[in-house]
Write a protein that binds this ligand. Structure first.
Ligand code: SAM
Length: 274
């Protein structure tokens, strides 16, 4: 493989992916996208990125295989429990003053963050007045999120996180275990709308009271992070809340002035009234 052409081939491959399927990875952080593409090329058995591009253009089956490499599905329930504790203790008392609520989990992966929020809202008596929107670009992940089935091996960690997040019930109240899996209760999905939505190419979701988007923007370059933050600002109701992941922040963004820090340490912001 000629190293010299690698950059050009990758650019052409990402352009083909966009032109042919409308998946736009052109402004993802370069280093990690290259690493993932190299891994995909090796493991899918292509000699060059050009060969991979040809297959992508002519064989639709290559698309889901490639997307599996380009999107990262690492998640856990109540991940970074102090974030959920801060939502419980500091944000939910404000949300309680609204008669109806809309929550958007952007980049929901296989549903771990979504179920954490639904459980949190249920424990705090707010679930019935809330509509949850769970979005992602990876359709396999969305299908798994909708199924709500996780390996029992992961439940110990989820339970520990839930406890640290101030859980008022036992996590086992929300699932039944069988054949090495935990099947989360259907009722947790009764107020959830799942949808295929890209933060790169799709439009706003209106009048959200809380947007939780964690460990997604780390994969974007600065331009894309700014676009996403603009999308969130326009999707939030007045004084709505935005929760980002531990490694993400509004600092250095052109939209920083549209928000105030609400719980700085947990990267929870509130939309400023302009
Ligand atoms: C590492 S997971 C984060 C899961 C969860 N939010 C958490 O913090 O545990 C990143 C998710 O972002 C999704 N994603 C990547 N690019 C996206 C985009 N442009 N629009 C929406 N979701 C995207 C991926 O498919 C993946 O499910």
């Amino acid at each position: 493989m000629t190293e010299k052409f690698e950059e050009l081939e990758i650019r052409l491959l990402l352009e083909a992916l966009f032109q042919r399927y409308h998946y736009d990875f052109r402004n993802y952080a370069q280093a990690s996208i290259k690493r993932r593409l190299r891994q995909a090329r090796e493991q899918l058995g292509f000699a060059t990125f050009s060969a991979m591009q040809e297959s992508l253009l002519h064989d639709a089956a290559t698309l889901p295989r490639l997307l599996g490499y380009l999107t990262v599905q690492v998640s856990e329930m109540f991940r970074d429990p102090s974030y959920f504790l801060a939502l419980r203790e500091k944000v939910l008392p404000h949300l309680r003053t609204y008669p109806s609520l809309k929550v958007w989990v952007a980049g929901c992966s296989e549903g771990e963050e979504l179920y954490s929020l639904v459980i949190l809202f249920r424990e705090e008596g707010l679930e019935q007045r809330t509509l949850f929107y769970a979005t992602d670009i990876n359709q396999d992940a969305l299908m798994r999120a909708d199924a709500g089935v996780y390996s029992l091996d992961r439940i110990k960690l989820f339970t520990e996180n839930h406890r640290k997040a101030g859980g008022k019930s036992s996590l086992s109240d929300y699932y039944s275990a069988a054949y090495g899996r935990a099947y989360f209760d259907k009722s947790l999905r009764s107020r959830v709308v799942f949808s295929d939505h890209s933060l790169v190419t799709d439009a706003v979701f209106a009048e959200m009271h809380l947007i939780s988007c964690r460990n997604v923007m780390i994969y974007f370059d600065k331009t894309l992070q700014d676009r996403t933050l603009g999308l969130f600002r326009d999707s939030l109701a007045r004084k709505g809340f935005l929760g980002l992941g531990a490694k993400e922040s509004l600092r250095f963004s052109q939209h920083a002035r549209s928000f105030t820090e609400f719980v700085g340490q947990e990267k929870i912001y509130q939309r400023r009234v302009e």
